[in-house]
Design a protein around this ligand. Sequence first.
Ligand SMILES: [Zn+2]
Ligand SMILES: [Zn+2]
Ligand SMILES: [Zn+2]
Length: 160
Amino acid sequence: MAHGFDRHDHRACVASALSAAEAACAGRGLALTPLRRRTLEILLESHAALGAYDVLARLEAEGFGSKPPVAYRALGFLVDNGFAHRIEGLSAYVACARPGSPHEPSFLVCRGCRRVAEEAIAAPLAPEAEAEGFAVERMVVEAQGLCSACRESGRGAAPC
Ligand SMILES: [Zn+2]
Ligand SMILES: [Zn+2]
Ligand SMILES: [Zn+2]
């Protein structure tokens, strides 16, 4: 199980994700520019998904520029190279929990706190697609719900 909702040593989590990204960039000849690296660090600060404008606000405060393409290009680089994922259901981004190894990510997405746990669940439709001769290029598995902390605190409860 990947970290997301459990208590864990998050500093180790951040350090290993950054070093995996550095190693992957060095190995593949990709430039991990200060902007791209900072964007990844911002995503890594917590396991909550961040919208592009949240990321842009942080980058702007740090002097990286205020135009949306600044954030979108950096996020695009991270997503294209497998260092981050887009969570379609939240229109937001999370850092990848296992960068460097090719994988089809599946996500548990908490609608209370926006935290995301990335799971290594085999794509459920793959055998059926293969049987039909369908070549799957992209599959997004996002389970939305409430994490145990949000359920206990009553956060995210349906309004009455
Ligand atoms: Zn962590
Ligand atoms: Zn991933
Ligand atoms: Zn939650």
